[in-house]
Design a protein around this ligand. Sequence first.
Ligand code: NAD
Length: 443
Amino acid sequence: MRVSIIGTGYVGLVTGACLADVGHDVTCVDVEPAKVDAINAGRAPIHEPGLPELLARTVGRSLRAATDLAAAVRDSDITFIAVGTPAAEGRIDLRYVGRAAEQIGAALRAKPGRHTVVVKSTVIPGTTDGLVRERLEAGSGRRAGVDLGLGMNPEFLTEGQAVADFMGPDRIVLGGIDAATRDVLAEIYAPFEGAPRIRTNNKTAEMIKYASNAALATMISFANEFGRLCSVLGDVDVADVMKGVHASAYFTSRLQDGRTVKAPITSFLEAGCGFGGSCLPKDVTALVAQGRQLGLPMAMLGSVLEINATQPDELLRLVRKHVPDLRGARVALLGIAFKPDTDDVRESPAFPVIRRLREAGAVVTAYDPVARPVSHPDLEGVHLADSLAEAVRAAQVVLLVTRWPEFQGLPAELAAAGIEPLVVDGRRVLDPAGFRRYEGIGR
Ligand code: NAD
């Protein structure tokens, strides 16, 4: 099928490259010419394992990038909207989705025949059948459900494993205003055999995405609340407690041959620095705002956000146990990306930690194996090291924020530098035995 995708970020580009690889003809559209040029030259503008190989196979054949939205829409049968939906002032900012729908609507005026538009961006329930439908109908002069298909197909990929997730999905949600729209979506996804299909209306499709993300965020704040209680109680380590929780048959299956299989959700039931990234914080915020707007206080999700917002204070508390006055203290912060295997730093817990350190007068050096944000207000005055060795060379305190495997080399680097700084493990991935002074979150 001929596919156009509006918005070529983490979701748009991975979707486009994967659909092109399974036999569709795809044009990825973006307003940023640099991104478009990079893709057309076969270069991935983001760090995502497997993406360069995918681009090498598809660019110039079944995949191309362009800035001309109208032409891409006219030359396709189906258009996905994959633009950003950030949070602004505590609620979802739908301006990019609204603008994209407006532009697609205008482009459809000049196109004969039926066309299908599908929202892939994460949008609060009601957006597809509301704002998007209005803009599309006004621009195109068509009617959704008559000569215009209108669908909602949320994306569940995880950055750092996005290509693998897209190619081997755990579920495919086919939301549509009518059966014809869902049938078109089903055809698009026909090559992805094996994954369960959920055929539903647009609002349910939108809500499935929010409920999925809210469940993950809740698990994280749940574990962090226990971590705090463990730290205060003493003689109880949240890592041991969570191991005991994971062992429950609800979380770990025992196979007939006696082997056990831990459910992936257990990785969210671990104390750490809190959740970040471009999805969980903004999605939970958007949902709480929607509830508030509808007169329904979302008390539980409000607490999930509050625990997350104050989790960086836990790290600072651990540092201050050993270094009460941080003025002039040299702190090495390990990890800027919000999770390993990505260069995405949006809403990374590293930033609130850096802010608090700098407010306390610390001199911060930060290091990430991949993420090198060119400009970020929280990184002003922060030295960005080129290697782990450089980052920790003169550190009095080392703070681990992101679970990059490279940081397992920390004991060797400290030994090579001949120093014994305080090590604060914000992810509980280091072996305390490797350090003279060690603090772990929830320990
Ligand atoms: P992103 O910021 O990486 O990409 C969005 C792209 O859209 C940008 O390149 C921007 O230039 C482009 N754009 C904006 N308006 C445009 C327009 N009118 N025409 C053409 N291009 C336009 O965002 P993302 O991380 O890919 O997320 C996109 C959506 O998918 C969001 O709603 C997000 O919540 C959702 N989502 C993201 C992930 C993830 O892990 N990143 C996972 C699942 C769902």
